[in-house]
Design a protein around this ligand. Structure first.
Ligand SMILES: C[S@@+](CC[C@H](N)C(=O)[O-])C[C@H]1O[C@@H](n2cnc3c(N)ncnc32)[C@H](O)[C@@H]1O
Length: 234
């Protein structure tokens, strides 16, 4: 299996929250007469492999005593795709998007495991190897939102989600969106008090916010910093 290293304790917490949400969503969906007529879809646009290894773990090695491996340990290492597929009752459709070919292959293996199960008989599970923004914007335009609803989980490493995608999702008026926003990891590091970023970093911020207004905010935060330092000195 391809080793996919990311996150830490907070990742487990995040995924547990998503799991609870998906479970509640599907419980409500299947219990409500009007909702039951609609097709519930789960979309994971930065899907990974379905598994994860905490970034802090030592490199993979064969366990010394594999028979002593706790099942709980494996549960802790489930990624969002696997967690979503295990939700009961299952969604009617699943769309997993992953740009990395090796990871997409790994996902396909995981999905095949579920496709054979009885409760997935009338369900559709798709794995698409593609760039998430481009693919999903088109998908939002083409999907029939009269007859479906979706939970969309966007869990990128950094600033890969473009504002165009957020707009396209909003225009459906039928999507519950989970977005991991890279505030500490990326935005705070770029919007420093010294100099607004330029070049590719500036472009990445503009793409993510859908405007370059952030540059005046950056200047404003520099001014605020100056005011604060004057106050501290007086
Ligand atoms: C943080 S990981 C996702 C982890 C996953 N949610 C889980 O819990 O297992 C981000 C994934 O997004 C993929 N990725 C990065 N940029 C992408 C893009 N523009 N389009 C599609 N996938 C992308 C990476 O290859 C990586 O597998």
């Amino acid at each position: 299996m391809t080793d996919h290293r990311f996150g830490g304790d907070w990742t487990a917490d995040k995924l547990e929250r998503v799991r609870k949400y998906l479970k509640a969503y599907m419980t409500i969906f299947s219990g409500n007469e009007r909702a039951r007529k609609l097709t519930p879809i789960y979309v994971d646009a930065f899907a990974g492999t379905g598994y994860r290894t905490p970034a802090s773990d030592p490199p993979p090695d064969k366990p010394l005593f594999p028979e002593l491996e706790e099942p709980e340990t494996k549960a802790f290492l489930k990624g969002s795709a696997r967690i979503a597929l295990e939700v009961e009752p299952p969604f009617k459709r699943y769309l997993f998007i992953e740009r990395d070919p090796e990871r997409a292959k790994e996902l396909e293996k995981l999905v095949n495991e579920f496709r054979g199960r009885v409760q997935f008989k009338e369900r559709n599970i798709e794995v698409v190897e593609a760039e998430a923004n481009e693919y999903l914007i088109q998908w939002c335009r083409q999907n029939n939102w009269q007859s479906s609803r979706a939970v969309v989980f966007l869990d990128p490493y950094g600033m890969q989600v473009s504002w165009d995608l957020i707009e396209a999702l909003g225009q459906t008026r039928a999507v519950d969106l989970w977005l991991l926003f890279p505030l500490g990891m990326a935005v705070n590091r770029l919007l420093t008090r010294n100099q607004p970023p330029t070049g590719p970093w500036a472009n990445a911020l503009t793409r993510m916010f859908g405007t370059n207004d952030w540059s005046s905010f950056s200047v404003c935060s520099q001014r605020c910093a100056t005011v604060r330092s004057i106050r501290f000195r007086s």
